[in-house]
Design a protein around this ligand. Structure first.
Ligand code: UN1
Length: 515
């Protein structure tokens, strides 16, 4: 089972400054925590405890926040291109540690090594993107209606940005947010998932070295690993945090949205997806097969962008599903660090329970399991499952919910208008795709009449988006956008300036006001 090429836990720990006993709060110097409340990082492949971490207490949070605030006030004085230079160095440090950080993601989260490396590559890519951005953060000059006046927009640093990340992308999503926040002149406070604390500690260790070498103030990059009920609640309710960017379940997002909205703060919410690919009879079925396979089985179905539904034209349904099942049968399930493995474990036994409950519900709601459906135990830990295909109607309640597991629902359509309707008929709106060689079908899908998602693709799958685009969705997905395009604007404060260079005072809208 163990291949010679597999990197060991000790190698990973040594390279990334990890130990078996750690503390959960950091703002640049030593790690600290005094909660006497511990969590364990568990290898989902074996159930082995990787490390024990003392969580940050409410007091630790306050200490971190004080540093983050102080650091912001200093950091904002640094010109943006120089902040970009720091982020460039972070990108370089990540390049150096890519192999080991990718392996840690695999070890602690369970995605296969190539995907762990891909996740670190996303971090490197967003650093590169942010470096360019640091010289182009800009606002327009606008025409004033008043003589000898000019209007313009400036973008100023915002403050301390709070980042709440999920276990499934334990490093990349943090980097999407912080690389932008830092070039924008903000400091950041990260609350990672309690299921992947080591990934957070390793990232912070890498950043700390770069920041220290550059003499940056402590607190530009902060981490608090702690309970949702203490640290999470404190962070979302904290008036010192003008922007909370959170990834997770719709339920979690509803709570965060309500609390941050209640204090009129800003949120970026990247919540549940229910992503579908429409497969037309006019499609290149080979391409559709590859995309559906990666979308549904990749990361063991634990991406927000995972393909959860296939809406297939009835004439090609049987052939397509037969070929897909043939692919599923060849999936090697096992240790994610083994290069032969295509699908690793689910994150924990709770996720396996969700998988089993969803399959049971699907059967009760008229679904037919075409492949899979079983829990596997290749290593003793009950975290492995078969990737599963279920034929079922879109309106079944279970299809309307996001189950974070490799379960793919397949359904038929006759006419393309019906496919579009089925496609949008779910509460979520993150990612979507159509496979078709018809220009009309493709254009219609990405038009206002088509997909209602934040991401809509033609002849490419639902998952694996590049960092250069704005990432996020509509409806219950939360509505925020992070990563590329102009998402940076959310990390800054917009200011409209009107400048009178003529001396005479003119009131707008022609108002006269003289005594
Ligand atoms: C997520 O699952 O929260 O588009 C992020 C993708 C990745 C990011 C997914 N680039 O699949």
């Amino acid at each position: 089972m163990a291949s010679k090429k597999m990197v060991s836990k000790n190698q990973i720990f040594r390279a990334l400054g990890l130990k078996s006993r750690l503390k959960g709060a950091n703002c640049g110097g030593e790690w600290f925590a005094d909660s006497k409340d511990y969590i364990t990082s568990v290898n989902p492949t074996t159930g082995e405890v990787l490390a024990r971490i003392e969580q940050a207490s409410a007091k630790d949070y306050d200490k971190v926040m004080k540093e983050a605030r102080k650091a912001f006030l200093e950091f904002r004085n640094m010109p943006a291109p120089l902040r970009g230079e720091i982020v460039r160095q972070v990108g370089e440090a990540l390049r150096e540690k890519k192999d080991m950080l990718g392996a840690l993601v695999s070890l602690e989260m369970g995605k296969i090594y190539t995907e762990g490396l891909g996740e670190v590559q996303e971090m490197i890519d967003i650093c590169d993107f942010a470096v360019g951005l640091s010289r182009t953060l800009s606002g327009p000059t606008l025409q004033s209606e008043r003589p000898k006046h000019r209007m313009m927009e400036q973008w100023h640093p915002l403050g301390v940005v709070g980042v709440i990340s999920a276990f499934n992308f334990p490093v990349a999503v943090w980097a999407w947010n912080t690389a932008l926040a830092w070039v924008c002149g903000d400091s950041s406070l990260w609350k990672p998932s309690s299921k992947t604390p080591l990934c957070a500690i390793a990232c912070q260790n890498i950043v700390n070295e770069v920041f220290k070498a550059n003499g940056l103030p402590q607190g530009v990059s902060c981490v608090t690993i702690g309970r949702g009920a203490t640290i999470g609640e404190k962070l979302v309710g904290d008036h010192n945090i003008p922007l909370v960017s959170a990834t997770g379940s719709t339920r979690m997002g509803q709570r965060i949205g309500a609390v941050v909205g209640g204090r009129l703060g800003r949120t970026i919410l990247e919540l549940g997806g229910n992503n579908a690919i429409i497969i037309s009879e006019k499609a290149d079925l080979k391409g559709a097969l590859a995309s559906a396979f990666f979308g549904a089985v990749g990361t063991a179905g634990q991406r927000c962008t995972s393909t959860r539904r296939l809406i297939i034209q009835e004439k090609v349904f049987d052939t397509f599903v037969r070929k897909l099942i043939a692919n599923y049968k060849r999936v090697v399930i096992g240790n994610p660090l083994d290069p032969k493995t295509l699908m690793g474990p689910l994150i924990d036994e709770g996720a396996v329970a969700d998988y089993e409950n969803a399959i049971k519900a699907a059967k009760e709601q008229g679904g037919k399991v075409l492949y899979g459906g079983k829990v596997l135990k290749p290593f003793g830990a009950a975290t492995f499952v078969q990737p599963t295909i279920i034929e079922i109607e879109n309106k079944a309640q279970i299809v309307q919910d996001e189950t974070f597991a490799p379960i793919l629902y397949v359904m038929k359509y006759k006419k393309i208008a019906q496919a579009f309707k089925l496609h949008n008929d779910v509460p979520q709106g993150l990612s979507s795709a159509i496979y078709t060689d018809s220009v009309n079908e493709g254009e219609a899908f990405i038009s206002y009449l088509g997909s209602d998602c934040g991401i809509a693709n033609i002849n490419i799958g639902t998952s694996g988006a590049e960092i250069g685009g704005a990432f996020g969705g509509e409806k219950e997905t939360g509505g925020g956008r992070e990563s590329g395009s102009d998402s940076w604007k959310l990390y800054m404060r917009r200011q409209t300036n009107t400048i009178n260079w003529g001396g005479e005072v003119h009131l707008a809208q022609g108002v006269e006001f003289k005594s």
